[in-house]
Design a protein around this ligand. Structure first.
Ligand code: E4P
Length: 232
């Protein structure tokens, strides 16, 4: 990311605190993070679903039973009609289902129709600010810029978040920015500094910033001093 501190004047506030979505289709991970009170929603994608080796709709239903928040389920079709058919079916599973639609011309057309039908959408695989602008104009509920995959090709993913947040603020779009493809705790910190609405976080990353080695060391030394005083 461009300097965390020197660009502070460009940061601005979004309404409400940064929400944490869990980026997984694994039920055990969702239960564990939910019991910490750290799951405002869940995002899945075809790769995450495939990893679980279980039926797509069963997984989605199971997630909806645990989490009372937006649950993204992605369509597989690449044409508008196919996307709409899948989307309408998925939306009937539960009121919290959000339809994840790829950022293509057909995806944008489908987003527009679904938005008119009152079905929540999450336009995914967003890699440029103009794609995000298009998604917002089509009425997307959420947009998912993939920052980790940009970092992987030597492009600063956080710059994209800064640009999208700025554009949405300039024109008071209601589309919410989900920072996706999060790979480490700093991505979450930077999301909060930039005023993104949501970070969708893999369980492994959430676990990393829940703890700190100095916290563990401090507990050990408090306990050791306590036990020493008992033997005196
Ligand atoms: C979430 O909506 C995305 O599908 C996910 O964050 C992609 O993450 P990856 O780039 O690590 O696969």
């Amino acid at each position: 990311m461009m300097g965390l501190i020197c660009n502070i004047e460009h940061f601005h506030k979004r309404s409400g605190p940064l929400k944490f979505f869990l980026d997984t289709a694994n039920i055990d991970e969702i239960r564990e993070a939910y019991s910490m009170g750290m799951v405002d929603g869940v995002t899945t994608n075809p790769s995450l679903i495939a990893k679980e080796g279980r039926d797509f709709e069963t997984i989605i239903r199971d997630i909806c039973e645990i989490v009372d928040g937006p649950i993204s389920a992605e369509v597989i079709s690449l044409d508008v009609e196919g996307m709409l058919k899948e989307a309408r079916h998925l939306a009937e599973i539960h009121r919290n289902i959000v339809i994840k639609v790829p950022m293509t011309v057909d995806g944008i057309k489908a987003t527009r129709v679904l938005s008119q039908e009152g079905i929540d959408t999450n336009v995914t695989l967003v890699f440029s600010p103009l794609q995000a602008l298009m998604a917002a104009k089509a009425g997307a509920t959420y947009v998912s810029p993939f920052i980790g995959r940009l970092d992987d090709v030597s492009q600063d993913g956080m710059v994209l978040i800064e640009q999208i947040v700025q554009i949405y603020q300039n024109y008071t779009f209601h589309t919410q920015v989900i920072v996706a493809s999060v790979r480490n705790p700093l991505h979450v910190l930077e999301s909060a500094l930039l005023g993104a609405d949501i970070a969708t976080i893999p369980f492994s990353v959430l676990a990393k910033f829940a703890s700190h080695p100095l916290t563990d060391k401090g507990i050990q030394s408090f306990l050791s001093d306590w036990n020493k005083s008992k033997t005196c």
